[in-house]
Design a protein around this ligand. Sequence first.
Ligand code: AMP
Length: 427
Amino acid sequence: MNILVIGSGGREHALCWAIMQSPLCSKLYCAPGNGGIAQVAECVSLSALDFDAIIAFIREKKVDFVVVGPEDPLVQGLVDRLDAEGIASFGPSAAAAQLEGSKGFTKDLCAEYGIPTAAYGRFDKAEAAKAFIAEKGAPIVVKADGLAAGKGVIIAATVDEANAAIDDILGGRFGAAGAEVVVEEFLEGEEASFFALCDGTHVLPLATAQDHKRVFDNDEGPNTGGMGAYSPAPVMTAALNERVMREIIEPTVCAMRERGTPFKGVLYAGLMITAEGPKLIEYNARFGDPETQVLMMRLDCDVLPLLTASHDGTLEKVEVRWKNEVALTIVMAAQGYPDDYKKNTEIRRLVEAGAEEGVQIFHAGTKAESGRVLSTGGRVLNVTATGKTTADAQARAYRAVDKIDWPEGFCRRDIGYRAIAREKQTA
Ligand code: AMP
């Protein structure tokens, strides 16, 4: 099969790395890709949102299957376009991707089908939103309805902060994505991510993960796209996984089918494990970044039949196998991230670092130029390792990090600390 992966981050590098190992893959393209992806796939400089150009490329190169990584092309209807052209792909239609594209849509669906989530209100007028906030009190959470690149969520410690967030969002800070807000109850507990493949009807649970969103050690500093992750999430016992499937994932897939917008692709549930049990914080309609990097490292079977079964509606016929190991990834970012940072700084000794046992380095924001690797973004590398325990995987990953010569970069030094503390307790 000729395969095209859409996207340019660490997630897409991990997907390409896994797909390239499939005996079913004869040629692998990635659009637009990055400096690391170029080592495992042929990168083509097409924008993920230029659907006409993508379709022309698919026709020219006789691509058999397209894997869509990021949310923007999904929400804007790339899979619908591919379907209309008779091209097979992995990912949801625009209507199904509303589970990620509109927080209000998902909250209403949860309310209608009894799926556990935080109590909420939806507003397009500041006055009504503020009255709701006054009634509920703080802490309270204010969210832009649409896609805001992970920046549209404000955890307000006071009513004033919540009101300011309302003015900010409805005042146009996120453009059309902020035409409406969701205001919701603050949930307390431990967060975890749950990934499941769907084919419109059947669900195949994949795995769990946890990430570190704050930029500095001890989970301090501003939120980021994620500074590291590990899988599995130790908080997720077999009993909890079973509850998440029964109370959250299966009713969602059922509801989407009933509404005539069946969900195909990967459903990524952000969960809060509260004293009352798991509650849905949000859905994403695609693989997580950097969670995919750890999932692909743990996968112990061919990824391609899983992705094609999601498209074909045959997920009940495939099985997934996982290594009996933990995988952990450390994000290396450009100094200054998530604020301003320098681009085009050189990264050296990646080959030596990648040669550490059990380590793979996925590139999130690099380009290859005349044999050199240069940074092109905020989050730049995902140094990923497997190990018998989280502590083993962490030690391997930091050994590799310490070999990388990139003075303009930094990373957290405590990725996985919560899981390691739990391991120590149970040892
Ligand atoms: P989201 O983009 O909806 O996943 O929100 C980003 C982050 O905000 C989540 O990962 C949580 O850490 C936090 N968050 C979102 N909603 C809530 C909530 N209702 N209660 C507590 N924390 C929340």
